[in-house]
Write a protein that binds this ligand. Structure first.
Ligand code: HXC
Ligand code: NAP
Length: 272
C-alpha cells in the first residue's frame, strides 16, 4: 500500500503551539486530518489557535501551562488524553530568546532560558511518556542552529538547545525499546516569527540573513511543518535520534554573519 500523509484519526499534541513555527506545525497536521491539541502560557493565544484549528475542520483543544511547571503540564495532558486518547505525535517547541552578551546576562536571565528550553523539554518528555501510543508514537523536539553553531549574544540559547538535542538522542536510546521515536527538527531563520523579530529586527538584516542561506531565502513555518509530517509519518519509520536541520543549508554556512551581527548589536545596546 502506498504511504500517505493522511493523519486522520491520529492525535497530535504541540506544546508551545500557539504562535509562529509551532502553530504552523499544528495547522499543517490539522490540514492533514489530525486531532490537534496545543498548549502555552497565554489563554488568549490558546483560544485563538484552537478556533483556527477547528476552522480547518478537525477536533481541536488546548490548555494553559508553563513548561517550567511539570504538574500543570501533566494536568493539561491528562485532559487531552481523556478526550482524544493516546498521543501519536508530540511536538515540543516552547522556547525563549533574547540577544545578550554573557557579561550582560544575570544568573537568572541565563536560568530563565535554560528553564524554558531545556528543563521545559524534559518536563514535556516526562509528562507525555505515559500517554504516548506504544509502539508507534513520534516525538519531535524543536531545536535551533545555536545547538551546534556557537553565536555571540546567545550563550543561554546555545547551551539550552544543545541540551535539547542531547535529550532527543538519549531518549531515542531509552524509548526505542517501546517503539517510540524521538527526533529534533532544527529550523533555520523563519520569516515573520518572534525569533526573527528578536534576533534580526531590521529589514536590512533579514535581507542579509536571507542572502546567507544557501537556498537564498528565509524559511516558512510550512517548511518546518513538512519535515515534521515526514518524521511523524510511516516515511520516517526507521528514523530516531536524528537532529534534522530544516534551514536551507544555513548551518552549513555557519549561519552566515549572524554571530558577528548579534555580537556587535548587543555590544552597542545600553544594558538595562
Ligand atoms: C538581558 C534579559 C533580557 C534581555 C529578559 N532578561 N530579557 N536580560 N537582556 N533582553 C532577564 C530579566 O532581566 C530577568 O533577569 C530574566 O531574564 C527573566 O526575565 P523575565 O521577564 O522575568 O522572564 P519570563 O517572564 O520568564 O520570560 C522569559 C523570556 C521572555 C525568555 C525572558 O522573553 C519570553 O517569555 N519569551 C518567549 C517568546 C520567545 O522568546 N520567542 C522566541 C523564540 S526564538 P533578572 O536578573 O532581572 O531577574 C528561538 C530561536 C530563534 O528560541 C533562532 C532564530 C535564528
Ligand atoms: P514564538 O512564536 O515565540 O513561539 C513560542 C511558543 O512557545 C509560543 O506559543 C509561546 O506561547 C510558547 N511559550 C513560550 N514560553 C513558554 C513557556 N514557558 N511555557 C509554555 N509555552 C511557552 O517563537 P518562534 O520564533 O516561532 O519559535 C518557535 C520554536 O522554533 C522555538 O523552539 C524556537 O527556539 C525555534 N526556532 C525558531 C527560529 C526562528 O527563526 N524563529 C529558528 C530556529 C529555531 P505563550 O507566549 O502563550 O507562552
Amino acid at each position: 500500500m502506498a504511504i500517505t500523509l493522511d493523519f486522520s484519526g491520529k492525535v497530535v499534541v504541540v506544546i508551545g503551539g500557539t504562535s509562529g513555527i509551532n502553530r504552523g506545525i499544528a495547522e499543517l497536521f490539522a490540514a492533514h486530518g489530525a486531532k490537534v491539541a496545543v498548549a502555552s502560557r497565554k489563554q488568549e493565544k490558546v483560544d485563538d489557535t484552537v478556533k483556527r484549528l477547528q476552522q480547518l475542520g478537525v477536533d481541536a483543544m488546548g490548555f494553559v501551562a508553563d513548561v517550567r511547571e511539570l504538574e500543570a503540564l501533566e494536568a493539561g495532558l491528562q485532559l487531552v488524553h481523556g478526550r482524544f486518547g493516546a498521543f501519536d505525535v508530540v511536538v515540543s517547541g516552547a522556547a525563549g530568546n533574547f540577544p545578550a552578551l554573557a557579561n550582560d546576562l544575570s544568573g537568572n536571565a541565563f536560568k530563565s532560558v535554560v528553564d524554558i528550553d531545556l528543563r521545559g523539554t524534559f518536563h514535556v518528555m516526562k509528562a507525555v511518556y505515559p500517554l504516548l501510543r506504544k509502539p508507534g508514537a513520534s516525538v519531535i523536539n524543536i531545536s535551533a542552529p545555536q545547538a551546534f553553531i556557537p553565536m555571540k549574544a546567545q550563550v543561554h540559547v546555545c547551551a539550552a538547545k544543545a541540551g535539547v538535542d542531547m535529550v532527543t538522542r538519549t531518549l531515542a536510546l531509552e524509548w526505542g525499546a517501546v517503539g517510540v521515536r524521538v527526533n529534533s527538527v532544527v529550523p533555520g531563520p523563519i520569516d515573520g516569527t518572534e525569533g526573527m523579530a528578536r534576533l534580526a529586527p531590521d529589514k536590512n538584516i533579514r535581507k542579509m540573513v536571507a542572502r546567507s542561506v544557501p537556498l537564498g531565502r528565509l524559511g516558512t513555518p510550512e517548511d518546518v511543518g513538512h519535515a515534521c509530517l515526514f518524521l511523524a509519518s510511516a516515511l520516517g519509520s526507521f528514523i530516531t535520534g536524528t537532529i534534522l536541520p530544516v534551514d536551507g543549508g544555513w548551518s552549513q554556512n555557519s549561519c552566515g554573519g549572524m554571530s558577528e551581527y548579534l555580537g556587535t548589536a548587543a555590544a552597542r545596546k545600553p544594558v538595562s
